[in-house]
Design a protein around this ligand. Sequence first.
Ligand SMILES: *Cc1c(COP(=O)(O)O)cnc(C)c1O
Length: 389
Amino acid sequence: MPKKSLQTTLVHTDYTPPTGFDAYPPAIHHASTVLFKDMADLRSGQWKDKSAYTYGLHGTPTTFTLEARLAEIEGGSHCLLAPSGLAAISMVDFGLLKSGDDVLLPDNVYNPNRELGRWLSNDFGISARYYDPLVGAGIAELIQPNTKLIWTEAPGSVSMEVPDLPAICAAAHARGVLVALDNTWSAGIALRGFDLGVDIVMTALTKYQSGGSDVLMGAVVTRDKAINDRIAMAHMRLGMGVSADDAYLVMRGLPTMKLRFEAHDASARKVAAWLQARPEIRRVLHPAFPDCPGHEHWRRDFTGAGGLFSVIFDARYTEAQTDRFVDALELFGLGYSWGGANSLVVPYRMGTIRRDWQEQGTLVRFNIGLEDTSDLIADIEQALGKLGA
Ligand SMILES: *Cc1c(COP(=O)(O)O)cnc(C)c1O
């Protein structure tokens, strides 16, 4: 080849680094274009076949490695990544539902999933119906001939009811209906979805897997290749790409995830127990506490609880007063999401997100981070002092 011009030298290099480099951190492969060796290689590459690379959107060694690791953690065999937890939820719906179908969602479902159901109903000819999260085997009566998918969330991430997953799965499978589990609360650590019968495990990696409050990502894990392939078509058609840097951040969190989860769990139980003894708090909604609806299912099916729970203030406190409490907290950030090192708090207007919410008193959700619990409790105590009479 003739001598290259400087401009071409700026674009191309003849250098190849020595082979044989090895290290624990996975390599971060950035790519839109993937290079093929030759025409035979290009013509034989299939995007669905994860043994080959065709285009950045369809996977790189970085994303394939993260997918494989997440499938192993959940006890599944296939995994697809999406750019957020919510994108993973929508990928399941668009992969498995078509016009004329029906989907059942628990009434305590992650609210954007409910909004997606509303959109499917209004604009896509798919009916979305809502069920009592504690319905258990009674779900059988709600299943119609066109019902194709039942979403579950264990527990609901605001009101914390723990569903009877084996009963829901048994009723669904008796009618040929698939069950999807939003397993974000347990991070694949405290609840083994596939062992209880669910077909699809979806997780917001944004939470415990990342652990850094700095990345958005979601995953859909399945055991059955046919189900995975239907969702993979939605993954491809909707263009669900994730960045290699983000995939790296999630992978970096995995080795410490169980240790962090257990630390969140121990601290959350301490803080929740302290809150339960306070006169300002009428009810603690923590799945490991007997007061929580569905606690018996938590005891039977879970091995831990993580850092997220809610409380209901005594009804004598107005929303303005509980807002003062939240504003007075110093160690708790006011914000959505959870699973990171920082403690967070958010009040919810339950009447606006639940059809049949009966409880009086403001619901406030706590995410207990990795701070010392005595500091967190002292902070809550001083903020309770600002509630006013
Ligand atoms: C956060 C969350 C999601 C969505 O995850 P994003 O990455 O924020 O889109 C879904 N389900 C539950 C239960 C969540 O907590």
